[in-house]
Design a protein around this ligand. Structure first.
Ligand SMILES: C[S@@+](CC[C@H](N)C(=O)[O-])C[C@H]1O[C@@H](n2cnc3c(N)ncnc32)[C@H](O)[C@@H]1O
Length: 231
């Protein structure tokens, strides 16, 4: 079956498991792909939308794994009960703040799972900070560029080492390894900031001046990181 590079990259972070839970499964491509590949034996696929669960059901049937995917309609991790013990939880394709809300709704499930895989669409820095606050360790991160840039955060239980402000912004191993995709991402963001600054050039309203200063400050910080990455 054909899945996007983003979903493939998420799936590659899943170890051999008896049971996984894919929260916000939508089309159920992740569980179907992992079962067909033999990486996982069974999966719970959940979504808050009935329409998505129908889509998931139809795909599970199409690929002959209906009996191996337990589809549940419900809010986030609330659908995981004490009799489920998924070894891996995946939350991919949601905004970072929504992913945090989902985790907050069932912290005990997050604290019981061996591996947690997150692929937040935005507010990735806030997700990293939240993970550390609840005692989850970031094992490694992956960045990919498909139609846009995506970050996958792979976590396990435990205390992490110290993070700098930049590690929270961009991911510790992305910085340490001087990830070329991170360099590209930072350049792209700097171009966006430049375009915004240009469009606000002649606007001297108080709140716009404040906004321009904030963007300039962020631009300088990004430039600093980019220079370091390029050494
Ligand atoms: C953009 S899709 C991502 C689908 C898939 N995980 C992926 O990465 O391609 C986000 C999915 O999350 C579901 N969703 C949003 N809020 C949710 C929540 N609180 N609990 C469960 N699912 C939710 C949406 O209905 C939607 O199907």
């Amino acid at each position: 079956m054909h899945i996007s590079q983003r979903l493939k990259a998420v799936a590659q972070c899943v170890p051999q498991c008896d049971l996984i839970a894919d929260i916000g499964t939508d089309h159920a491509y992740i569980p179907v792909y992992l079962i067909k590949k033999g990486t996982v034996k069974r999966a719970i696929g959940s979504d808050i939308s009935k329409g998505s669960i129908e889509k998931a059901r139809s795909n599970a049937e199409k690929f002959g794994c209906s009996d191996l995917i337990d589809l549940r309609c419900g809010n986030g991790l609330e659908i995981i009960n004490k009799y489920d013990s998924p070894e891996c939880i995946i939350i991919a394709g949601m905004g970072g703040m929504l992913a945090i809300e989902v985790m907050k709704k069932n912290i005990s499930a997050v604290k019981a799972v061996k591996r947690l895989i997150l692929q937040p669409q935005r507010d990735i820095d806030k997700v990293r900070i939240f993970l550390h606050k609840i005692g989850i360790k970031i094992l490694y991160e992956k960045m990919i560029k498909e139609d846009k840039f995506y970050t996958i955060i792979v976590c396990e239980q435990g205390k992490d080492c110290d993070y700098t402000k930049y590690d929270y912004w961009f991911g510790k191993n992305n910085i340490e390894e001087k990830n070329p995709i991170l360099k590209e991402y930072i350049s792209c963001e700097m171009n966006k900031m430049n375009r915004i600054l240009l469009s606000l050039e002649n606007n001297e309203k108080q709140h716009i001046i404040k906004r321009k200063k904030e963007i300039e400050k962020k631009y300088k910080a990004y430039e600093e990181v980019l220079m370091w990455l390029s050494k």
